[in-house]
Each structure stands twice: as C-alpha cells, then as structure tokens.
Design a protein around this ligand. Structure first.
Ligand code: GLP
Length: 239
C-alpha cells in the first residue's frame, strides 16, 4: 500500500487525477471505477479541465460506479446518477451507453444480478474510492462480509448523518442503497482512495495501520496488491 500525504484537497485531487489520466492515456478502452461524495469532485474537475485543454478522450472508456441510493426520484439532484452527470459525465466525451451505475428502481433482485453481469464484463482498470468516517467503502458499512458482492444495504446512522448535508434534513436522506460489494472492489486492477479532513483521521488510521477487520471495511485494502491512499494533513494526522 502506497500512502501519499499531501498539503490539501487541491494537491490530492491533482495527484489522483494524474494516476487516472495515465490509465486512460495508456489504454483508451480503460474501465474506470468511479465514486461519489465530496472527495472525488476535485479529481473530476481536473479531468474536465484536462479534457478541454489537452483533448484527453473518454470516447472508448467504460465507467462503473460504486453505488446508488434507493428511494429517490430518478431526477432527484442527489441520486448518484445526477451527481455523476453534473460533476463529470456532462463535461467529457464518455458515451452514454458506456456509463454504468447500479439501478435502484424496480425489482432489486434483478437490479443486483444485472449489475453483477455488468461488473463481470467490465473489471475496473482503476477504482476510485472515498471513505466514510466509519470506514465504509462504496456503501459497504461496518460488519459487511469481505466476500460480499453487489447487494442492497441499510445505511448506518453515522452515514446518514454525514450525508445529511446534501439534503434539506435528515428525514430526506435515504435509508437504503445498492452497492458493489467488497469483492467487486478488490477485483479492480488498481485502487486509489482519497480522504480529506479531520473526520476521516480515525478511518485512515484503521485502514493503514489497523487490523484487517470487517468492522472497518476499508482495512481490507491492505490485502490488495496495488493501492494508493492519498490523504491531506488532517486525514493523515494519525498515521
Ligand atoms: C458516501 C459514498 C462513499 C463515499 C463517502 C464519503 O457514503 N457512498 O462512496 O466515499 O460517502 O463521502 P465524502 O467524500 O463526501 O466524505
């Protein structure tokens, strides 16, 4: 596991962007595993800027996202589908048919098996991750089996509280989501995890220095052969 400590969000976002760009330039048919939350927004801004300035092309890239909330209207601004369009897809030349997010409307058993088929065909060359303050990755909350695959989850109270800032009030935050499982994440060839701010310091300590334990889902990354963790001074203050 490679740990890169950076000064701030801007530097960390740029470093993560450089790794992703390298993957896309060396393989124009790359599969990018993408994430939501506030952590990757700066990376996406760099990708958009670079696409405009240097014409880096995403024409033949396929994307797979980690997760999606359940219970929100299709065009709600906080679905991860809306988030990805607003923060990345609407601004680069990725083809609509090459974009994949788990579907959270309709029959969930069918949605889970459909997403498993997508992931069987498209294994990420690089998977981008944030981390929850409780150590979740994707929406794999503490206690999730390390052997889990795509599944429906009940969100932890801590996660709903953390994410309430994106909604009008806590009641509006979904209680359930569909997420790639830990096994799906581990199947990526390369993983980049970014974390910024003091409320991530405990999770980063557990992830880098703690025991590999299902109570801290991110700790399993210690077992993957190609992981880069990028943290600012606050998130990295305990390692
Ligand atoms: C959500 C997402 C995670 C993300 C986490 C941290 O729960 N499902 O993929 O890593 O939030 O979000 P943020 O980057 O906003 O701190």
């Amino acid at each position: 596991m490679k740990v890169i400590k950076v000064k701030d969000y801007a530097e960390g976002s740029y470093k993560a962007f450089e790794i992703i760009k390298e993957v896309v330039v060396s393989n124009p048919n790359a599969v990018l595993g993408l994430a939501t939350g506030s952590s990757p927004i700066g990376i996406y801004k760099n990708m958009i800027q670079d696409h405009q300035d240097n014409k880096t092309s995403y024409e033949n890239v396929t994307t797979v996202n980690l997760d999606e909330y359940m219970g929100l209207e299709k065009d709600h601004p906080e679905t991860y589908d809306s988030f990805m369009r607003r923060n990345l897809f609407d601004h680069i030349n990725v083809k609509a048919e090459n974009i994949n997010l788990p579907c959270s409307i309709g029959d969930m058993e069918e949605n889970v098996s459909k997403y498993e088929s997508v992931l069987a065909k498209h294994k990420p060359d690089v998977q981008l991750l944030g981390v929850g303050s409780n150590g979740h990755i994707g929406f794999n909350e503490p206690g999730t089996s390390f052997t889990s695959r795509t599944h429906v989850v009940t969100l932890a109270e801590k996660t709903r509280l953390d994410n309430a800032r994106f909604f009008n009030n806590l009641d509006e935050v979904p209680t359930h989501a569909i997420t790639m499982g830990i096994q799906n994440i581990l199947e990526a060839k390369k993983i980049i995890l970014v974390a910024f701010g003091a409320n991530k310091a405990n999770a980063i300590y557990g992830l880098v220095k703690g025991e590999v334990n299902e109570n801290l889902p991110a700790s399993i990354l210690q077992k993957h052969h190609d992981v880069t963790i990028i943290v600012d001074e606050e998130a990295g203050s305990k390692i």
